[in-house]
Design a protein around this ligand. Structure first.
Ligand code: SF4
Ligand code: SF4
Length: 372
């Protein structure tokens, strides 16, 4: 007996697939499944997060609807995956946020913080908002650097703690004791597989989206989004080092490293999320978890808005628009941070953890075969 109806269904499908094994070359899910004869809740959550939703096993399956076996692995694992994020969320009282309207929550949060920063600055000196500020320290006319660092540092710290706690719960539930050494080889293998989205290619042909013609579109847009996010994160990290180690205050010249990284990251965050949203709305409904569209869209939209407001700030930072644009950008980034543990962002972390487990059990199986 499993805890939920969707885990019961996932168990049924994995049992059918374990007898069939036609799809074993498509991705990591099927080889991981073949290492088991029965499936605990943790096993099914592990397999669900190992799935990259390429859709190949639905298109290739001779038992998919309208066949009476009704085998739909991508959709079942998508629902199980989303439910697992709510199950492991920390604190558990906030797990319901996964099911709420993520777009409305994220936008309200972003606009509220932007309005607060804007109102706070206006209450001190209206000139701050309508004047032109240039040169080092110009951004801090709107909000002192110490206040900005405290606000965003706390939001970021909260996100890190909440994510770490939920991933820890997931790791334990899929059968890995916390504290045991993982081994650099498994971590490195998982990093390579995650970094190139190895299992989003339908076994080599591409990802199935709106029809039975596979493409690399989702993989390419995922790469833009992921590496755009990393570049923006690197930009912020370098700017922090500049501030504290070199006593150099933002904004920086267009050729300076934080601006170059941020500009490339911002452009990637326009291309990637826009492409992913387009692909998402074209996708065959049979492949997705329709109930959680809002959650998918919210995270992608916030990434897009982070790129858009960041680039707009770069373009108009020497004009009177700097104050409103900076307030808006900070509001969007703040909303992105505090919704990270309760939105689609977690799929990247859980998938990486599942890939580590997969690399580990493959190595253990190979070592076992060599000693036999
Ligand atoms: S998805 Fe269908 S074809 Fe693939 S292993 Fe399962 S039952 Fe077989
Ligand atoms: S949808 Fe793709 S990644 Fe997921 S189980 Fe099927 S083949 Fe594997």
């Amino acid at each position: 007996m499993h805890k939920t109806r969707i885990l019961e269904e996932a168990d049924r499908l994995m049992t059918v697939c374990n007898s069939c094994r036609y799809c074993e070359g498509l991705c990591a899910v099927f080889p991981a499944m073949e290492m088991r004869r029965s499936f605990s809740d943790g096993d099914l959550n592990y397999l669900a997060n190992l799935c990259h939703a390429c859709g190949a096993c639905y298109t290739d399956c001779q038992f998919s609807p309208p066949h009476e076996f009704n085998v739909n692995v991508p959709q079942t694992l998508a629902i199980a995956r989303a439910e697992s994020w709510a199950t492991y969320a920390w604190p558990s009282a906030l797990s319901g946020l996964f099911a709420r309207n993520g777009v409305a929550i994220s936008l309200i949060c972003a606009l509220s913080v932007a309005a607060f920063i804007f109102g706070f600055a206006a209450s001190i000196d209206r000139q701050v908002l309508v004047g032109i500020h240039t040169g080092p320290g110009a951004f801090y006319a709107l909000m002192p650097h110490s206040a900005m660092a405290a606000l965003f540092g706390l939001a970021f710290l909260y996100a890190i703690v909440a994510l770490a706690m939920s991933v820890r719960a997931f790791w334990r539930d899929i059968g890995e004791p916390v504290g045991n050494s993982i081994g650099p080889a498994s971590l490195w293998q998982a990093m390579k597989d995650a970094g190139r989205l190895r299992y989003l290619d339908g076994g080599g042909v591409g990802c199935f989206n709106e029809d039975e013609r596979p493409t690399d579109h989702r993989k390419i847009y995922h790469h833009f989004t992921f590496y755009g996010f990393l570049l923006c994160f690197a930009s912020t990290s370098v700017a922090t080092l500049y501030h504290y180690l070199l006593a150099r205050e933002a904004p920086y010249a267009w050729w300076d490293l934080p601006v170059v990284l941020g500009t490339l990251g911002g452009i990637a965050l326009l291309i990637g999320p826009a492409g992913l949203l387009t692909e998402r709305f074209k996708r065959d409904p049979a492949l997705v978890d329709e109930k959680r569209t809002g959650m998918d869209v919210a995270f992608i939209l916030m990434l897009f808005l982070t790129g858009l407001t960041g680039l707009a700030l770069l373009l108009w930072r020497d004009t009177v628009a700097m104050g409103p644009l900076l307030a808006l950008h900070l509001g969007v980034v703040f909303a992105l941070f505090i919704t990270l543990p309760y939105g689609k962002f977690v799929h990247g972390l859980y998938r990486y953890v599942a890939l580590v487990r997969y690399a580990r059990e493959r190595r253990m199986a190979a070592q076992g075969a060599m000693t036999e």
